[in-house]
Design a protein around this ligand. Sequence first.
Ligand SMILES: Nc1nc2c(ncn2[C@@H]2O[C@H](COP(=O)(O)OP(=O)(O)OP(=O)(O)O)[C@@H](O)[C@H]2O)c(=O)[nH]1
Ligand SMILES: [Mg+2]
Ligand SMILES: [Zn+2]
Length: 367
Amino acid sequence: MNQRKKRVDLRKNRGTSPRQRNLKPLDEGQLEALSASERVSGKGDFSRKRTVVAASEAQIQQELQAGLLCPGRVLSPRGAGCLVDLGQGRMLECSVRQVLRDMAVDGRTVVAAGDRVLVRPSDDRQGVIERVEPRTGILARKIRERKHVLVANVDQVLIVGSAATPRLKPSLIDRYLISVLQGELQPVIVINKIDLVDLAELQPIVGIYAQLGYEVIPCSARTGQGLARLRHLLRGRATALAGQSGVGKSSLINSVEPGLNLRTLDVTEETGKGQHTTTSARLWPLTMGGWVVDTPGVRQLDLWDLTPGEIEGYFIEFHPHVRACRFANCTHIHERECGVKLAVARGQISRQRFASYCRIRQGDGDL
Ligand SMILES: Nc1nc2c(ncn2[C@@H]2O[C@H](COP(=O)(O)OP(=O)(O)OP(=O)(O)O)[C@@H](O)[C@H]2O)c(=O)[nH]1
Ligand SMILES: [Mg+2]
Ligand SMILES: [Zn+2]
């Protein structure tokens, strides 16, 4: 409970617009206060570095007005330089200012796809990222005990699975659902490759999620089925696609925006697994308006910053049954007189969702 509160407070701090605060130059005292309110962690010289950044804020505003600094959006954070779109067809390969890297010592991602940034152009091809604006909708996961932000500032996430090759993994959908809801994003469940199966086979699983109130789109990048609905959802919004390798994320983007020609590769026959064709998250503009972010398929999805007790909160259908549990701290796994288990036995909660819950609760990160 305590932890949750801390996180919310932190978001509030980050959400305050730096522009509003810095209309006029700040004096020393104000700078101190600013650095204190912006501090993300009290560790050592961390706050001093924050002050350095805050001290240049007024100057940043002047330079923005003079056109020496430009706002932009990070298309891709990888490669030799980070690719930033400044609008009107202007694109720069950027490095990241050292002070921003230093500030990321606590494991935060310095620059993520989708970040809104301020860039100082060096010439018409290159520049330096001077500031990363506070992020809103993020999709993150845990890699080696650190939070890795896959994409930032998106409105919704398509959780993509395939009806076959590779076979559909409902437990992975549930895991993604948690990470999308955690990032305060809108989830859409997409089941691709329906050309490979009998639609009737899919009905039960579509039913489970639709009944929970989630949008489910069965479709096929190959035949075009379901794509009209998908296009409608993507228009004018920033959308990330996430899911296992080989389910057809890049293929779906190609179908919606044929000019892009993203690389796709067959799923290997022996293992039935994708080949990890897409290797880093990248934003693509849509001609009908909006953005899509292609992300690499994952081998494992470890959830970030989730205490065991918080997991049940993301299984919304458990809520009405929890109050029937005998123990207030019931984990719904081994206890007697458990309202959730009773609801599973009565068919009020899907067995498959309950199985996902147990796996996640027991810390099984494998797909
Ligand atoms: N039958 C069928 N095959 C599809 C469909 N969509 C994609 N594929 C095939 O599935 C394979 C994998 O597609 P990709 O688009 O590369 O998959 P991805 O999700 O981007 O994979 P990663 O980049 O590795 O994460 C390719 O051979 C596609 O041609 C579909 O709707 N039906
Ligand atoms: Mg791909
Ligand atoms: Zn219980």
